[in-house]
Design a protein around this ligand. Structure first.
Ligand code: DAV
Length: 364
């Protein structure tokens, strides 16, 4: 008998980032391509010197040595998850290299199925396909259709946010990313609702979202109205020159414990202090500045995965963070991940927690 049928909960059941993890989708390296160049990348990728690779080689496979190294990290991660008793599911890769077009845009390829966190948002027993703003990720949900259909057959709810058009009106014409110290701005207009699922972080009845170059206010409004009055969607203010997703910025790790990136979060909403939460400041990452990062920044160190309120998977090499977790009362489990982070993201990005053992609650 499969584990979900023994559980008291629905096959899809995940309300926050920390209830005991039972089943998780982990992305795959198989078929991964360099994302083709597209307007959003200029607004989200911190390392300008690495843009050329996407400009010149977008749509081509990543070099084999990068893929092999990332694969090794991912294998270690899956091994740890299974060893900790978590059921690991994988997407079904499709042919990412096919060019496609819609009435509003054409693009030379898709990218990969490395990061389910960006594509699907799980809120309770519901899977929401996100209205993503990067054109090359328009069909990435295909990689998860087999799983979504299976979860639906077993009782989950499954919806797609309005499919975006992603024509010229969705992006600010002539956008230039702000420099350090300049006010925040993002490349998205308010033409249509847009967000990646990783722009949202869950805390029971309260969800936290920040505008980014993948998430506009229209998207935040759509999510609030879709979820209805049982949930409160809070927009938090962040400062980031290349904003993309909330999970290397603002991360409620466990009841009463909020991890923040001090460089990016000027004000923690008063509700946290009013409810007695500890605000944990993420230490400076130890990843060398010279480490190639084609997608995200060194702050991906914060992108941990909670197996429950104590066990936390952290990138091996981030010794300061590992020690901080111990001091804060967590049980860190280090896993090599720098090579996966080079082409993808962290543990939170690489996963989608489909089922955690717990109920919907308010923590404020
Ligand atoms: O570079 O800090 C990471 C996004 C992870 N989902 C960054 C963004």
């Amino acid at each position: 008998m499969s584990e979900e049928r023994q559980s008291d909960h629905s096959v899809v059941n995940s309300h926050n980032e920390w209830d005991p993890l039972e089943e998780v989708i982990v992305g795959t390296i198989e078929g991964a391509l360099i994302p083709p160049w597209d307007v959003i990348l200029e607004a989200t990728l911190h390392k300008e010197e690495l843009w050329d690779s996407h400009k010149e080689h977008g749509g081509a496979p990543w070099p084999k040595e990068l893929l092999d190294a990332a694969q090794e990290d991912l294998d270690e991660f899956v091994h740890i998850l299974e060893g900790e008793g978590v059921t690991v599911r994988r997407p079904t890769p499709y042919d990412f290299s096919k060019p496609f077009s819609t009435p509003d845009f054409s693009i030379c390829s898709s990218c990969y199925a490395l990061m389910p966190r960006d594509v699907l948002l799980v809120v309770g027993d519901q899977i929401i396909e996100a209205p993503m703003g990067l054109r090359s990720r328009y069909h990435e949900n295909h990689a998860y259709k087999d799983l979504c259909k299976e979860y639906f057959q077993l009782g989950a709810r499954w919806v797609s946010a309005p499919r975006p058009q992603l024509g010229e009106k969705s992006y600010v014409d002539g956008f230039v990313a702000p420099g350090e110290g300049e006010p925040m701005r993002t490349i998205l207009t308010e033409f249509e609702p847009l967000f990646d699922a990783a722009d949202v972080i869950r805390c029971g009845r309260d969800l936290f979202v920040a505008q980014s170059s993948c998430c506009n206010r229209f998207g935040i409004e759509w999510l609030q109205r879709h979820l209805g009055s049982g949930y409160r969607v809070h927009e938090i203010e962040v400062i980031d020159t290349h904003p993309m997703h909330i999970d290397a910025t603002f991360y409620p790790l466990a009841p009463g414990k909020l991890l923040i990136n001090r460089e990016r979060v000027p004000h923690v909403p008063a509700m946290f202090e009013e409810s007695g939460w500890d605000i944990l400041i993420c230490p400076e990452p130890l990843m060398p500045e010279s480490h190639p990062m084609y997608n995200c920044s060194r702050w991906i160190s914060m992108n941990v995965l909670m197996l429950d309120e104590e066990r936390v998977i952290v990138s091996k090499g981030e010794d300061t963070l590992i020690q901080a977790f111990k001091d804060w009362g967590f049980k860190p489990i280090p896993c090599s991940f720098y090579s996966f982070e080079t082409i993808g993201g962290g543990f939170h990005c690489a996963t989608l927690d489909v089922r955690r053992r717990g109920n919907l609650a308010s923590y404020f």
